[in-house]
Design a binder for this molecule. Structure first.
Ligand SMILES: [Zn+2]
Ligand SMILES: [Zn+2]
Length: 226
């Protein structure tokens, strides 16, 4: 068996503890697993930024933008570091769908821990890619993350055509019109799913649209806090 992230061979020591779990493949070697850093300790309760403050200054800013104050909170699983940057680059930009499996257990565990208060009718809504980008990459990594969650997902959002978000500055992004459109209303709580929370603008635009169409509460769940 080989590590999905670095292709090194994984030697499994058979112990009484894992003897009965051999059907569950180990997707990642110990060294790669050690390089992934779970977000722990003090974090902003609104956006998961590492801080000792209860709410960080960015979130205080968002709270004053009424029409963009659309998500209850964002919960992220991993700290952004070189190792995860490396794995995500292979996963996204080289279209390596199988590599996403590395994240399955971490993602489902973190979700169960933080979102246990949601009822089981709540829906996961992955952040879509534009059609061009989905073609480029072969798949949407946010859809794969949503599949790891114990709630149903609904792909109600689509992205309008337009230039890549990452080329714009923060203020330009905030001023930009909503890059999404919605295909049907959802009257249940929604958890938006994406690979990374950076400024939060994309997620807030998606949440704004959902709330304008009957969604009572929107949360965000992201793999990485950028
Ligand atoms: Zn490895
Ligand atoms: Zn914050």
């Amino acid at each position: 068996m080989y590590c999905l992230a670095c292709q090194d061979e994984i030697i499994i020591q058979i112990t009484w503890a894992n003897l009965f779990q051999l059907s569950q493949p180990t997707a990642i070697c110990e060294e790669c697993a050690a390089g992934l850093k779970l977000l722990e300790g003090g974090r902003c309760k609104k956006c998961s930024r590492t801080t000792e403050e209860v709410i960080c200054s960015d979130c205080l800013f968002w709270e004053r933008q009424a029409e963009m104050n659309t998500i209850e909170f964002n919960y992220s699983v991993f700290v952004y570091n070189e190792k995860i940057q490396d794995i995500v680059a292979k996963w996204k930009y080289r279209g390596d769908y199988a590599l996403g499996e590395v994240f399955r257990d971490y993602v489902s565990r973190a979700f169960r821990k933080r979102f246990s208060f949601l009822n089981k009718e709540s829906l996961a809504v992955p952040i879509p890619l534009s059609t061009e980008r989905a073609m480029e990459r072969g798949f949407n990594q946010a859809y794969q993350l949503a599949d790891f969650l114990p709630i149903a997902s609904s792909n109600v959002l689509s992205r309008k055509h337009g230039e890549k978000q990452s080329k714009k500055s923060r203020m330009e992004r905030i001023a930009t019109e909503n890059p999404f459109f919605i295909r049907k209303s959802i009257n249940k709580a929604v958890v938006l799913v994406d690979d990374i929370y950076t400024t939060g603008t994309t997620l807030r635009h998606a949440a704004q649209l959902l709330k304008q169409h009957g969604c009572p509460n929107v949360y965000a769940f992201t793999l990485i806090r950028g």
